[in-house]
Design a protein around this ligand. Structure first.
Ligand SMILES: Nc1ncnc2c1ncn2[C@@H]1O[C@H](COP(=O)(O)OP(=O)(O)O)[C@@H](O)[C@H]1O
Ligand SMILES: [Mg+2]
Length: 567
């Protein structure tokens, strides 16, 4: 213990008073000194009393941590006792939280305050849940400053605080500020103090004051009443309005009308789709335009998707909300942990980042087989559960799968203009990389032939994404009405029970289906798929009954089931 301890608590004008007091270190000395220097006795007697008794000073700051995509509250307790200088953090801190003491110490010192040379104990309660990340730096620093009475504890307790500190006292962005702001609101806090770059993201939550800050000293001035901070505000409706435009459009794609139609059907019913065609036929180009014809995100969907982006920490700093459906296109070298999520403390993978949007697997046959296998659970359950020794986390993963691949190793199988040099065993091996169970979950198969020259040259502009989106949205609305009282919301999610109820077909359609299954060699698994797709096509037409036309079109989308032609 030395005079620094006291100096931290006092206005510099009283330093002389303190130095005199420290010469004697007794109550008598304090009395005499306070008379001599006309000091404010009441204000300092408490601190000096504690010092003389060797007691401890406790401060509490509220913060938050994230499990999965939801946040829980964490109470950061800071206890300062006289003794040899130590800094201990308890409450299951991971490495990044343990390292926080070095950042906090430098940040406090470099912001012009004194870091106490005492025994400091930081407890992160609830103490039985592992804490990770750098967001506790700022609450710990504030706890220390409150315990040393540089800032008043009563005001600090009104806010939930998060932020990483750099050594010079700047506040840096953290992951998960949106779920944390939601947690602060439901816990009834007046406000949340966030790093400046996270301000937009946290301000999406209504009825809570979001105070974005750049430096520790700015925050101290605010708590001491010397500075004001402008709360961040976001008008949700304008963000949604501004986000209508897309950089790409379907009208840029020449020809390929049947592929566009299949993408429209897939978008309308939420069906998974695979495109097979030679290189350069426009598969990637078409897939990238799929989000432009999907119905706009609802506010709830936008919040869910934004929460995942916030937890991963990939929201741009000026972005408050993800308002467009995500389009994720992982490279084929991705690992299974990268795809479905993983790590010591499991992080969301690409399937979760594509939540409420599109997961595009380009060059599907290049992906490792075991990586594709792990896709089965998220495709089936629309969520992924990852278990690790530390904890088990579930992330949502409701996405549309779109895949693209060449028909054979050289890429020119069935292309009239190029000769394919692959042997049948080579083609079979190439196709067998994609397992049956994965194929089973893909409703629509479509061949994408090379574009004809006359189509490429065509002057007339093709139909725009907006026009297609209007039809898709109308079809989706019909489905929402149909599945109002169920847990599903799109035709693709129907199980046998729903198919029986909603996909009744007449005699003529039955005959077509029968001959398709018998003559074209369609597999039994194709049967239900065709009915589901036919239901979506009928919805696009605004028809309540499935007709022969709908069934006939649906049969065309089961290319890969046709006998021995593929696989
Ligand atoms: N139907 C099309 N209309 C206009 N441009 C096309 C079309 N198909 C291909 N292209 C052009 O060819 C390029 C390559 O297409 P891409 O989508 O990468 O083919 P793939 O993925 O099938 O190999 C595109 O970027 C685009 O410029
Ligand atoms: Mg491609």
């Amino acid at each position: 213990m030395n005079c620094e301890f006291l100096r931290n608590r006092l206005n510099p004008t009283f330093c002389e008073f303190i130095n005199t007091f420290l010469l004697f270190k007794t109550w008598e000395a304090f009395e005499i000194c306070s008379i001599l220097f006309k000091a404010k006795r009441e204000r300092f007697s408490k601190v000096i009393g504690r010092y003389l008794k060797g007691g401890s000073v406790l401060a509490k700051v509220l913060s938050s941590a994230v499990i999965g995509i939801d946040a829980f509250l964490v109470e950061v307790e800071v206890d300062i006792t006289s003794g040899l200088p130590t800094f201990t953090t308890v409450g299951l801190p991971e490495a990044s939280v343990k390292e926080s003491k070095e950042r906090v110490k430098s940040a406090i010192n470099n912001s012009g305050y004194r870091f106490p040379d005492d025994r400091i104990t930081v407890n992160l309660a609830p103490a039985n849940i592992k804490k990770e990340g750098t967001g506790f730096d700022l609450p710990i620093a504030l706890g220390i400053l409150a315990a040393t009475q540089i800032i008043p504890q009563q005001i600090v307790s009104k806010y939930l605080v998060l932020g990483e500190l750099s050594l010079d006292g700047r506040i840096k962005p953290v992951k998960g500020s949106l779920p944390m702001a939601l947690a602060a609101k439901s816990a009834g806090y007046a406000g949340i103090i966030v790093p400046y770059d996270n301000g937009r993201e946290a301000s999406v939550v209504e009825d809570i004051t979001v105070l974005p800050l750049k430096t520790l000293s700015q925050l101290v001035s605010f708590f001491r009443g010397f500075a004001q901070i402008k709360p961040e505000k976001t008008d949700i409706s304008t963000i949604f309005k501004d986000s209508r435009g897309f950089e790409v459009d379907f009208s840029e794609v020449r020809g390929q009308e049947h592929v566009k139609r299949s993408l429209e059907v897939a978008a309308a019913g939420g069906h998974n789709l695979i495109m097979i065609g030679p290189p350069g036929s426009g598969k990637t180009m078409l897939a990238k335009r799929l989000p432009t014809i999907l119905p706009p995100l609802t506010f709830e969907e936008a919040i869910e998707t934004t929460k995942i982006f916030s937890v991963v920490g990939i929201l741009a700093k000026d972005q408050a909300l993800i308002t467009k459906r995500p389009f994720r296109s992982p490279h084929h070298t991705i690992s299974d942990a990268g795809l479905i999520g993983g790590g010591h403390i499991p992080r969301p993978g690409e399937v979760s980042m594509a939540h409420n949007g599109v997961l595009f697997l380009d060059e599907l046959s290049e992906f490792k087989k075991h990586v594709l296998e792990v896709l089965r659970q998220p495709l089936e359950d629309t969520k992924v559960t990852i278990s690790r020794a530390a904890l088990t986390i579930t992330y949502p993963s409701s996405f549309m799968l779109v895949a693209a691949m060449n028909p054979c190793p050289c890429g020119y199988f069935s292309d009239p203009k190029h000769e394919c040099r692959c042997t049948y065993p080579q083609i079979r091996r190439f196709r067998s990389k994609i397992s049956g169970p994965l194929m089973d979950r893909i409703d629509i198969h479509v061949e994408v032939p090379a574009v004809a020259y006359k189509d490429l040259r065509g002057e007339a502009d093709a139909e725009s994404s907006g026009e297609i989106r209007a039809r898709v949205t109308a079809a989706r609305e019909r489905q929402s009405e149909r599945f109002k009282r169920t847990k599903i919301y799109s035709n693709a999610q129907m199980i046998s029970r729903h198919i029986k109820k909603h996909c009744k077909i007449d005699e003529a359609s039955c005959n077509i289906l029968e001959s398709a299954i018998d003559k074209l060699g369609l597999s039994a698994r194709a049967y239900n798929r065709i009915l589901k797709i036919a239901r979506t096509i009928a919805d696009l037409d605004g028809e309540s009954d499935i007709s022969v036309d709908h069934i006939s079109e649906a049969v065309q989308y089961r290319n890969l089931d046709r006998g021995k032609r593929f696989v």
